[in-house]
Write a protein that binds this ligand. Sequence first.
Ligand SMILES: [Zn+2]
Ligand SMILES: [Zn+2]
Ligand SMILES: [Zn+2]
Length: 208
Amino acid sequence: MQAPILINEPLLTPDMKRTRSGATQLFRKDYKDRQFTSEENADVVLRPPERHLFAELIGGQWCWVNGCAECNGKPRDWMTYIECDKHDVCRTCKTPRSQLTESPWGGKHGWQCKPCAEIEHEAEKVEALAAMPEEHDEIDYRLEDNPRCPYCDLQFEVESEEIDGMVNSEQERECERCDDTFTIEAEVSVTYSTPRIKRAAQGKESLR
Ligand SMILES: [Zn+2]
Ligand SMILES: [Zn+2]
Ligand SMILES: [Zn+2]
């Protein structure tokens, strides 16, 4: 882990709160005015010497701390905006972000460049299709609790707000794994509840 670097800025005091705006660090004393800190009302505005550094109060002193997960020996995650230049690379081919021509795909273990994502997608598709039985029986894809792609068998989720539009009405879908299209239709079973109405006690009812 990279050691914190003391920030040499005499205006900084330990009673300030630090907020981040991109890589920019905004410091503001708590004036109890409930205002959001902005570059306009901040007491001190600092840009880090390198963009993966951010300010932390350590033992009463403001320091630059390395926010890059890998520099700190931690796995990469979805949040990749604070990676250092060395680690801000495609998780598969290690292409640096600065050399990308198309926006990358985010991911749990760091981002992936578009060409790598496409190669992986094609490989997953080929593998899934190869694992399918030769004979297709439509019965296997009828009245299922969870919908599955009829080409590659991928089980997928339907959002509850999508269900209404699918009840007794076919909708077209594209499979995210094999890119093929099929139709999906929902069938809903109806149940009834018939509780008694709670009335104020009167007449015959009150005798019971
Ligand atoms: Zn790093
Ligand atoms: Zn790549
Ligand atoms: Zn599929």
